[in-house]
Design a protein around this ligand. Structure first.
Ligand SMILES: [Zn+2]
Length: 157
């Protein structure tokens, strides 16, 4: 279960709407205990997708649509990830997940999302249709590396 505040949701939705029609992405900082995560801070990052994951794509995408861009892919630069990890540690927080948007697509993980996903992380996906955030879901991997829906509990912090 992922606990967060309505303010967190608004931050993610606003970020997703601002980058439309490109996907947005960012990190979720907070606390992780056995099966409950507490989101403390939403950290928007730049979508640094530039096609560098093309080898992974060839493995997971057998539909050869060919055209991948920030409209349907996201990437967080490794140096951004490292900096965020240090920043989180200094404040006794952890990176507990990643959020990104799907533009004009449902808030359901793609095969690409699954291939690059890490265990334990929460993956929030917000669907943006014609510029408006309309649906938001969280997903987490099970033991078979398959995404399962994760319950979101909105709490007041
Ligand atoms: Zn995705």
């Amino acid at each position: 279960m992922l606990n967060l505040s309505s303010h967190h949701l608004q931050t993610i939705q606003a970020h997703a709407e601002s980058t439309y029609p490109e996907e947005c992405c960012g990190l979720l900082l907070g606390h992780l205990s056995s099966d409950t995560k507490m989101l403390i801070e939403v950290l928007p990052t730049e979508n640094s997708w530039d096609g560098e994951m093309v080898d992974v794509l060839q493995v997971v995408d057998d539909s050869s649509e060919g055209k991948f861009s920030k409209r349907n892919r996201f990437s967080i630069a490794p140096q951004v990830m490292l900096k965020a990890q240090k920043n989180a540690r200094d404040r006794n927080l952890n990176i507990i997940g990643i959020y990104h948007s799907h533009t004009d697509h449902p808030a359901i993980p793609s095969e690409f999302d699954r291939a690059i996903a890490w265990m334990e992380y929460s993956y929030i996906i917000v669907s943006v249709r014609q510029g408006s955030a309309c649906d938001l879901k969280s997903w987490t991997l099970d033991d078979n590396h398959q995404f399962q829906p994760e319950e979101i509990l909105t709490v007041s912090l």
